[in-house]
Ligand binder design. Structure first.
Ligand code: AMP
Length: 115
């Protein structure tokens, strides 16, 4: 827990969010500024600022975020049409909240390359 971290506050319940999944390791909630009809974030409860700060011992945690994203996509009916998962790392890639989070976007056609 980092006192000034927005997503730590969501993880601890100090700031409300529309939670779609949670367990002892991670949680998922709706993005407040959705970029697709379905847009949720999957975060670890433990504070990790960016992907640059991930250690080898975090592999299972990171894998858990990805497998949970796939499960949520399936549960919400997006597995067949498809979805996009994104980690933005640092400001140049668009990261604005410095607690790692996996974006899961679905419900519209996606273009490539991303902006
Ligand atoms: P990024 O730009 O990759 O760091 O993504 C941060 C995301 O967090 C953005 O898509 C924001 O819309 C989202 N966001 C910011 N504040 C909140 C909040 N209080 N609840 C839910 N999502 C948020």
């Amino acid at each position: 827990m980092t006192d000034d971290c927005l997503f730590c506050k969501i993880a601890s319940g100090k700031i409300p969010a529309q939670i779609v999944y949670e367990d002892d390791q991670l949680l998922s909630f709706e993005d407040v500024n959705p970029q697709a009809p379905f847009h949720v974030l999957i975060i670890p409860r433990r504070h990790i600022s960016t992907l640059n700060d991930v250690q080898e011992g975090d592999a299972a945690l990171l894998g858990g975020l990805i497998t949970r994203a796939a499960q949520i996509a399936k549960e919400h009916g997006h597995a067949q049409d498809g979805y996009r998962t994104v980690f933005n790392c640092n400001r140049g890639a668009g990261q604005s909240v410095f607690h790692i989070h996996l974006h899961l976007l679905a419900g519209r056609n996606m273009t490539w390359p991303p902006g």
